[in-house]
Each structure stands twice: as C-alpha cells, then as structure tokens.
Design a binder for this molecule. Structure first.
Ligand code: DON
Length: 344
C-alpha cells in the first residue's frame, strides 16, 4: 500500500514537472516579448551605449561624412505587431546596403530564388563589400546579393522595360515593407552618383562576365538611388519584422512577399549581412542581419521580432559600432537567438 502511494506521488510529480517544463518553453517563446521586458531591454541598452563614441562616419560618399554622428535611434517591432522605439527616431539616414535585402526579396518574388542562386551565388566572398578582386576571382560567379557586385546585378534583374518602371517597382516594395511612403534623400543620391566610379567599374565587369541583365550603368544608377532612400529606426525595424513574420508586415497586416523565399533571404543575411564580420556577428547573436554605411543595422529574430538601430559611426568593416552592440544586448536579453532554445 505504502509502495503504491509512493509510486503515485512520484508519477504525479513527474507529470507536474513535465507540464511546468512545457509552460516554461511557452514562456520563453512568447511571454518574454512583453511590453515591460522589451522596454526594459531597450532602455538598458540605450543607457549603456548612449555615450559610446567609437567609430567614424563613412566618408567615401562625401555627403555621409556630414551626417550627425550623434543620431542614435532604436526600434523593435514584434511579429504580433507591437512597436517600440527609443532615442532619435525622427532623423532619417540613407538606407544604403540594407536596401540590398529588399531588392533581393523583390527579384526572388518575380523570378524565383534559383535565379539569384544561379546568376549571383550565395557564398561569402571573404573580401570587402566593394571588392573588384572578388569579381575577378570567379569571373563574376560565386558572389552573393549583399556585396556591391551581387547587389547591382540583383537590381539589374528587376523586371521592367525602362528605368522608371524598375525604380517604381523597387520603391513601392520598400514602402510596403516599411508600411509608409519612403523617399530618396537627394543630397546623398547626388553625392554618391558623382563619386561611384568604383561601382560603375564593378557593374561593367559583371556585365562583361554576362551576369548583369540590363544596361550596367543604368543598373548602377538605380542601385545608387535605392541606397539613398531615407529611413528612420522604426521604418527599418518594421522592414525587419516583415521578414521575421514570413513576409507579412505585422503592422499593416499586408503580405508583402510570399513566405516561400524568406528562409533563403535570411540565410543570405546570416552568411553575408555584416560583410567580413558576418561570422563574428552570427557567433554573438545568431541573427540574420544587414548593415549599411549610413549607420543602420537591421536584424531578424524569426517568428519573434525585427530590430533596428541607427548610429552613423562605423567600425573598420563598415558596420555601425553602436548598432551592433545595442542589437546584441537587446536581442540576447529577449531570447532572440534562434539557436538558443530550451531542451525537451
Ligand atoms: O555602394 C555603396 O558603396 C553604398 N551605396 C552602399 C555600401 C554599404 O552600405 C556597405 N555597408 N556596409
């Protein structure tokens, strides 16, 4: 009799522990993304890094050197549509290389993921983002859509019969990702267009190797314009959250791209989103991300949230110093690393 009671008690305890462990898994994936937890993580990160002054504005595009290095804006948008922002979220900076992700999304939508895989590639180049050596090494193959050669090629693959048609499609899709009408920062566009000889050379080379699908100089110009689109931290976080939510903007509720290609887009971001430092970044956060020389970084915690930080001073690899640290802090505090899960 005593033995059977002991067994019953042990069985009840085992069931109770199992139910509690299920509840704690549920807590990690959903309840952690409460208003209180998100705001706490954001304000701790802001306090920790607001006085950090490492890095320097990009200056190879002259207008970028003139942007206020003190801009510091943070935004988190969850896949259930909560929106949080902190710091300077009014100021817009140019989206720069972060745009590459969204033109890539458009081309995959129109032509399928294989078109990118076959014409550009999905491997890290191991070279700087505007490397000509990387193009030469493999005759324009074995690249990825997030370095300049691959990105200009991606832009050349947007379907359209003329400049205007292609541009209108690109900006319309960016608008849907951000959930508002975006526009080009004209001073940045003009400044880069006057100094982008290197990108024009890269495009001509990619064209010579047969990868560019339109006039290479026109593709470079459209690419330059897409890089000059003005965004604030909230815009970027909403764009990232749309990827976190399998292509559906969680604020507008609109399906911006079909879900099918999102895993491939995120894989490319994980491989090459922070250029030469993509490995270090993935090691610390586990997050697919993309940086731009305007000072923005977006990161995606699949199924959970998109996060973006704007702070113009960059490190040597071309990634915003404060944005990297801030995103790492907030995401890790919120359990954003997709590789860090609770065992069963
Ligand atoms: O083509 C360029 O050089 C710039 N429009 C974009 C480069 C960029 O953002 C690289 N980011 N880390």
């Amino acid at each position: 009799m005593l033995t059977s009671n002991v067994f019953k008690t042990a069985a009840i305890q085992t069931v109770a522990v199992y139910i509690l462990s299920l509840l704690s898994i549920a807590n990690v994936s959903a309840a952690d993304l409460t208003k209180g937890n998100i705001e706490k993580a954001m304000s701790e990160a802001y306090a920790k890094y607001k006085d950090l002054q490492e890095g320097a504005n990009a200056d190879y595009i002259p207008a970028l050197a003139k942007v206020n290095p003190g801009i510091y804006g943070i935004a988190v948008v969850t896949t259930d549509g909560q929106v949080y922002s902190l710091g300077d979220i009014k100021s817009e900076v140019s989206i720069q290389s972060i745009s590459k992700v969204f033109t890539l999304a458009l081309v995959m939508e129109e032509s399928g993921a294989d078109a990118i895989y076959n014409n550009i590639g999905v491997d890290a180049t191991g070279q700087v983002f505007n490397s000509i050596v990387a193009v030469e090494q493999n005759r324009g193959a074995e690249m990825n859509p997030l370095v300049n050669a691959g990105a200009i090629t991606t832009t050349s693959m947007v379907q359209g019969t003329n400049y205007k048609q292609v541009w209108d499609k690109i900006i319309a899709r960016y608008d849907q990702f951000a959930g508002r009408k975006l526009s080009v920062l004209d001073d940045i566009y003009k400044s880069e267009a006057a100094t982008n000889q290197r990108n024009r050379a890269i495009a001509s080379l990619m064209s010579a190797y047969g990868h560019i699908k339109s006039d290479p100089l026109e593709a470079t110009d459209i690419y330059t314009k897409q890089c000059a689109v003005g965004v604030n931290a909230k815009d970027l976080a909403t764009m990232a959250a749309t990827l976190a939510n399998m292509g559906k903007n969680p604020v507008s509720g609109k399906q911006v791209i079909k879900a099918d290609n999102v895993p491939e887009i995120l894989a490319i971001m994980a491989t090459a989103g922070l250029y030469d430092d993509s490995g270090k970044w993935l090691y610390k956060t586990g997050l697919p991300a993309k940086s731009g020389v305007g000072g923005g970084i977006i990161a995606v915690s699949p199924g959970k949230f998109g996060i973006a930080v704007i702070s113009p001073p960059l490190d040597k690899a071309g990634n915003s110093v404060r944005a990297q640290k801030t995103i790492e802090y907030i995401s890790n505090a919120l359990g954003g690393n997709p590789y860090n899960v609770t065992s069963r």
